[in-house]
Design a binder for this molecule. Structure first.
Ligand code: NZQ
Ligand code: ZN
Length: 393
């Protein structure tokens, strides 16, 4: 295990109806004037908006709103939010929604505390030193942004979907996780979320670092939980227990408690961000296509690790003489699992085209330190192309 520092200061408030505490929690963290950020109509349909705004009123807080955050959130609404904060002097941001809303609020938070263009933090021209506090009321178990140190935005100038450099400063002050709020998710979004959570664990689990037994086991417990809970949530959308498991798994998968002390990979995420940028596909749907293709490409580097994945997560029988067989069986079962959730299987299923691969690679070169990427196996343009080609087969 490698040395590490783990600092995860977010307060998590979990359970049925807990969004009614939003106002109280804003007060606890010394907020007085709130900008409430949300997406399209889902939070109005499922009652989350009414519960949260009633709670802000009950706490005597001044508040206004910024709505219309789209999935794969764009820079335009971040600039708009920064303007709003500067004009009105908000001192607290509430993100009511999923990863797209949370990331928008995070970007508004650090953008409003900086005189230049918030995108400077993404290009590396500036370093985040200060941000407005962000509180979260989560409505989808997926991205894990409610506990994470990152933020992903698409810059409309150049259509660049990039993450900002990771920093603990942007972890939310609090996150309210009410599994009930996720019962209204369409089946496709429940499945996309499960794929993203699963991928967040794999990005950490497939590591070249030896002697990380505890976090290996935590990762396996989380993956098994998703394999059980996601089909249950799809079969019984209103059932509380599977929604609760998925929601807490989503947080644990990405607050880095399973990634400490080890080299992490993240190649699948880097490739997927190009798919989201090119085709505006849901992040989890893109990962369902890329993750198994990435596994297929890299497993010969360490067949035993992939064989262990197959046996521990999917109950495959271990073939000690030929562990690569067990490894391949584990990958096959992951594909079957994703398919059973109704997730896309191939590049073409999300509107992807192999003709675009050279452009995706060029696009990737624009990112600071765009190549190489990947901690399990180093990826240059050649490897990225190979995985994209495999994802189309
Ligand atoms: O806009 P509304 O109407 O709210 O609909 C949303 C949206 O269309 C809908 N939805 C959310 N909660 C709902 C609901 N519909 C019905 N009932 C509910 N309870 O779901 C759709 C997707 O929402 P979104 O916020 O985009 O989902 P997700 O949480 O998957 O976030 C994806 C974004 O997060 C980024 C992704 O790249 C993507 O842009 N990520 C952020 C990370 C981070 N900051 O740590 C890490 C991740 O790897 C990821 O990259
Ligand atoms: Zn993700």
């Amino acid at each position: 295990m490698e040395n590490f520092t783990f600092y995860a200061p977010t307060m998590f408030v979990f359970g049925d109806g807990e969004e009614q505490k939003t106002g109280e929690l804003v007060r606890h963290f010394n907020g007085t004037k709130v900008l409430l950020v949300y997406g399209g109509g889902s939070v109005k349909k499922n009652g989350a908006y009414d519960a949260v705004t009633a709670s802000l009123d009950a706490a005597g807080l001044a508040w206004e709103e910024l709505s219309g955050v789209q999935a794969n959130p764009r820079s335009g609404i971040v600039y708009k939010g920064i303007e709003q904060v500067r004009e009105e002097g908000f001192d607290f941001l509430i993100a009511l929604g999923g990863g797209s809303v949370i990331d928008t609020a995070k970007a508004i938070g650090f953008g409003a505390c900086y005189d230049g263009d918030f995108w400077d933090f993404f290009t590396g021209r500036a370093k985040i030193k200060k941000t407005l506090p962000v509180g979260v009321v989560l409505t989808i178990a997926a991205a894990g942004s409610e506990g994470s140190d990152s933020c992903v935005i698409t810059q409309e100038r150049g259509n660049l979907k990039w993450g900002c450099p990771k920093t603990d400063l942007i972890r939310p002050k609090f996150a309210i996780l009410d599994p009930r709020l996720t019962c209204t998710l369409p089946a496709s979004q429940t499945a996309n979320g499960a794929a993203d959570i699963f991928a967040h664990i794999c990005e950490r689990y497939f590591s070249p670092t030896p002697d990380v037994a505890l976090t290996d086991r935590l990762c396996e417990a989380l993956m098994k939980t998703i394999v059980d809970a996601a089909p249950e949530a799809l079969a019984h959308p209103d059932a509380y227990s599977p929604r609760a498991d998925l929601m807490w798994a989503g947080m644990l998968a990405h607050n880095n408690s399973c990634g400490v002390g080890r080299v992490q990979d993240w190649a699948s995420h880097q490739i997927e961000h190009e798919l989201s940028a090119f085709y505006d596909c849901a992040h989890g749907a893109g990962l369902a296509v890329i993750l198994p293709a990435w596994m297929e490409y890299v497993y010969p580097k360490d067949p035993m690790r992939f064989a262990r994945f197959g046996t521990e997560v999917f109950g495959c029988e271990m073939d000690y003489a030929r562990p690569e067989r067990t490894a391949r069986e584990g990958i096959r079962r992951l594909r079957v699992f994703f398919k059973s959730l109704g997730l896309p299987e191939k590049l073409q299923d999300i509107g992807g085209r192999l003709e675009d691969v050279p452009d995706m690679i060029e696009h990737r070169r624009e990112k600071p330190n765009g190549f190489p990427f990947g901690g399990f196996m180093k990826f240059g343009p050649e490897e990225m192309e190979a995985v994209l080609r495999l994802s189309a087969e």
